[in-house]
Ligand binder design. Structure first.
Ligand SMILES: [Zn+2]
Length: 311
């Protein structure tokens, strides 16, 4: 039951020899979600052995080139390779105009349905299936580029019945679905059997949040309360805090403060300025506020493990 993030690019505005611009893939229970799609993402998908044909949903944070210039290439290649299944793209409403215009100019008819889902400036549930939800929420970048963060979460699973115990207390088959939901069982004699004696709690649902490119605002932490793994941009270090503000970006320390305020379990830093060939100083700055911090690098894989719990 995987919950695994692969970093395809953790650079910022321009790609460097060490780092591609923004893109990553989140595998949640074999659903492959592509998050941002900078130029060169197709090569990174191949380089890091991501089964890109399994990507059915693409989330674009905002319309700056380092986050979506690779999208038309990916859309086109998937068609050339004979894709038939739908591809869903979530992003700024103008993204549809851009892609439609490019496809029209190229006289390109896709083999598959390309379905756009415009993001709003309000927090919203944008994807849901039986096991997973995805929410978008507004962050703050330049006025010409409304930006959204994303929160990917597993749904709470049902409890597992302890068969021997259920049989011992003669729980009727018709009551089993209520046991799975956590109800206590009352015997015909009126004895209350606590649900915890009859079932085992499911593992805690796992979650991942993506926050880039954004100014630091304390209140943004509210969107990602208790998240297991948080990716937050840290374009600059403390020495460039003013520049971060002017360019509507965050520093590593600010990323750490968001993680701390949110009660995140682990923080990943990324979207590094090209001025940091080695972003280790940013890691040190962040860790002084939030010790459980790591640096992203292209090809890095981060797993959120399933943890049992007793309830
Ligand atoms: Zn960017």
């Amino acid at each position: 039951m995987k919950f695994e993030l692969t970093i395809l690019g953790c650079g910022s505005a321009v790609p460097t020899v060490q780092r591609n611009a923004a893109a990553q893939v989140l595998n949640v229970l074999e659903r492959y979600f592509l998050i941002d799609c900078a130029e060169g993402t197709q090569q990174q998908l191949r380089r890091f052995h991501v089964p890109y044909n399994k990507i059915n949903h693409v989330f674009i944070s905002h319309l700056h080139g380092d986050h979506f210039f690779g999208l038309i290439g990916l859309i086109s290649s998937l068609s050339m390779q004979g894709r038939r299944g739908e591809l869903h793209v979530y992003g700024d409403s103008r993204l549809k105009e851009i892609i439609d215009f490019q496809l029209k100019l190229m006289n390109c008819k896709l083999n598959y349905a390309l379905i756009f889902h415009p993001l709003t400036r309000e927090p919203a549930l944008i994807y849901e299936d039986k096991s997973v939800t995805v929410y978008s929420f507004p962050l703050k970048h330049r006025y010409d580029a409304p930006v959204c963060g994303f929160l990917f979460s597993e749904k709470e699973r049902e409890r597992t019945i302890i068969r021997d115990m259920a049989e011992a207390f003669q729980v009727p088959v018709a009551f089993m679905h209520r046991l799975k939901k956590g109800e206590d069982f009352v015997t015909p004699e009126g004895e209350v059997i606590a649900n915890s004696r009859l079932t085992v709690a499911p593992p805690a649902p796992r979650s991942y949040a993506y926050m880039t490119d954004t100014l630091f605002r304390e209140e943004f932490a509210e969107y990602v309360k208790g998240v297991d793994l948080l990716y937050h941009e840290s374009t600059y270090g403390d020495a460039y805090a003013e520049l971060a503000k002017e360019t509507f970006h965050s520093t590593a320390t600010q990323a750490a403060r968001i993680a701390e305020l949110a009660g995140a379990k682990r923080l990943l830093l990324g979207h590094f300025s090209a001025r940091y060939p080695d972003p280790t100083p940013l890691l040190e700055e962040a860790r002084s506020f939030f010790p459980c911090t790591d640096l992203c690098y292209d090809g890095a894989v981060f797993e959120v493990r399933q943890e049992g719990r007793k309830i």
